[in-house]
Design a protein around this ligand. Structure first.
Ligand code: ZN
Length: 575
């Protein structure tokens, strides 16, 4: 017995010796980051002087002195030079391919005149083959510094646009989405060539109008549903355009400091594309994809197959997205009481509520999270009811369900505490408040706005985390704008003074968490990302200024300086 004891401790000693000799070498860092303000979002150590990483994992977080031993001659040193770093930001609800296609199209939202549009199209035409379409969006004549001399019914006419693009059809959507502007080539493709007839003063189609000049010729403007006359000739997406859009979406994420993306509802073809991109080494943003609930066959296929949790943490599919009502703007959001500005109207559900419960049960049985889009208080209540019923039917499967409600914009006060009680996570895009609150009050009236709209702080106080985001391409992917909206509750123009319903503001800490650790929690990923902690993935976002302390009216000036993804610098503003 004594001998065995001796032998055992002898072996232990040898092992200890071998381990202690080899361990420092093993932990040499591939990258050491220091010299700035580092917010870790780790409660055990909220700030750090230095972070050491080895390949794609964090191996040390702490003081610069203690970080020194991790350095060798191969370690890449990143001196922040006073800049600020946080964990890599997580877009908690967006549409990745929508973002990519948006990037593929000409962005005209910053054009200040008709000439600007013509110039932008002219530049694009130089890079493409004759016959290829030029698609753009975002122009708005009321934002122009001056208007062209010739206007018809408040809009410009196509001649200058047609002159710069004689061989390529062009279609440019208005910022509102309610009109579009075509050139002669596009109108020719759509069969409108010989339309001009003297004496014809108007050309109306159901729900829309093709605007004509005094000679009965189309001016290029297509209003509302008349847009489909052109739309239907725009070629469908191709496998090549999909790849191009995917790559542009990755670039847009990297440029905006986004290292992970919750993709809110993708069809079969997109899953195949993502799998290919991952195999080809092009998945340089981590995607947490939700299966689109519109395709029940797809859901059934995945229920059988089970969730796909990627060990390289690049593409994970373990959730289902349901679309349960419309939006407030179009009065499609489903309300308990009628709209304030349309007394007989409640909005409506966009799928049968039985399907929500069926999906919730299938999700619990097969290991899938359910994420349901709900804007109005009725839709939110119905979904909470269906989730609750499913949790009661399968309690042992519902211990860590992490079911979500996407948007959760307008809640009945009685339903607010139910999120925490049922552990249902609200995924709320703060930027929507900033953009929509000025007119949402017309839809809901003051009482409902004050008691139940964009209730961030009330929800957080009940103990449930909020997942933030932008719903890109509905809003630009810019996380700084959503961060600003979260903490100021103002429009991006800085109004109103003090913010809308200021008691609902998030603190900066809460807002940062909603873009990092809390968003990770909303995807079952808080153990691998969302904070700068030893063992987690080396994803970081670096800013030109300290967004946690800078004056509120300076937050929007914050720039993404650098994005580090999986231990590699993927974006640097200087380059
Ligand atoms: Zn969405």
């Amino acid at each position: 017995m004594k001998l065995r004891c001796f032998l055992f401790s002898g072996i232990t000693l040898v092992l200890l010796f071998v381990f202690s000799c080899s361990s420092p070498k093993k932990d040499f860092a591939t990258m050491l980051i220091y010299g700035g303000t580092i917010y870790t979002v780790d409660a055990n150590q909220p700030m750090a002087e230095a972070v050491a990483i080895k390949n794609n994992k964090i191996v040390f977080v702490g003081s610069l002195k203690e970080a020194e031993p991790y350095k060798n001659d191969k370690t890449k040193l990143i001196d922040l030079k006073g800049k600020t770093m946080t964990p890599g930001l997580i877009e908690g609800h967006g549409h990745f391919m929508g973002l990519g296609y948006n990037e593929l199209n000409l962005d005209l939202s910053n054009t200040k005149s008709y000439e600007d549009i013509v110039n932008a199209v002219g530049e694009r035409v130089k890079t493409i083959k004759p016959g290829e379409w030029v698609i753009g969006r975002g122009w708005h004549q009321s934002k122009w510094d001056s208007l062209p001399s010739k206007m018809v019914k408040g809009f410009q006419t196509h001649h200058k646009l047609s002159a710069v693009s004689p061989e390529n059809p062009v279609y440019l959507s208005h910022a509102s989405g309610h009109a579009g502007f075509a050139n002669a080539k596009a109108m020719e493709v759509a069969g409108l060539h010989g339309l001009a007839k003297e004496g014809i003063k108007s050309f109306k189609v159901e729900g829309g109008e093709v605007i004509l000049d005094a000679f009965g010729r189309p001016t290029g403007i297509f209003n509302e549903r008349a847009q489909s006359i052109i739309y239907k000739h725009i070629p469908d997406k191709t496998p090549e355009s999909d790849i191009e859009a995917f790559e542009l979406a990755i670039k847009a994420c990297q440029k905006n400091g986004i290292t992970s993306f919750h993709d809110a509802g993708i069809p079969k073809e997109t899953i195949a594309l993502y799998e290919k991109m991952r195999q080809d080494g092009k998945m340089n943003t981590r995607i947490y994809a939700m299966l689109t609930g519109w395709d029940e066959a797809l859901l059934n296929e995945w229920y059988l197959k089970g969730p796909s949790i990627d060990s390289s943490h690049l593409l994970t599919i373990r959730s289902v997205k349901l679309n349960c009502d419309g939006a407030l703007g179009s009065r499609g959001a489903w309300l308990l009481e009628p709209y304030s500005d349309r007394k007989d109207h409640f909005g409506h559900e966009t799928l049968p509520m039985e399907f929500v419960e069926k999906t919730a049960l299938n999700g619990l049985k097969n290991g899938f999270q359910v994420c349901s889009h709900a804007i109005g208080d009725r839709a939110n209540r119905e979904i909470l009811d269906r989730y609750e019923s499913a949790f009661k039917k399968l309690p042992e499967k519902a211990l860590d369900h992490r079911f979500r409600i996407e948007h959760a914009q307008h809640l009945h006060p009685e339903d607010i505490p139910r999120f925490a009680q049922l552990k249902v996570i609200p995924a709320m895009q703060a930027i929507h408040m900033s953009s929509d609150r000025p007119w949402a009050i017309d839809r809901l009236g003051e009482k409902r706005i004050k008691e139940g709209a964009y209730m961030w702080q009330t929800l957080l106080k009940t103990g449930i985390p909020i997942v933030n985001g932008t719903d890109v391409p509905v809003e630009p992917i810019n996380p700084i704008a959503s961060f600003y909206a979260s903490v100021s509750r103002k429009t991006l123009n800085g109004t109103p003074e003090g913010g809308y319903e200021p008691e609902q503001k998030m603190t900066r800490e809460q807002a940062l968490k909603s873009y990092t650790i809390d968003a990770a929690y909303g995807a079952f990923e808080e153990a691998i990302k969302g904070s700068i902690s030893v063992g987690k993935l080396a994803d970081f976002t670096i800013y030109n200024q300290d967004l946690m302390t800078v004056e509120e009216n300076k937050i929007l000036e914050t720039k993404i300086e650098m994005t580090i993804f999986n231990g590699t610098i993927v974006y640097s503003r200087a380059e």
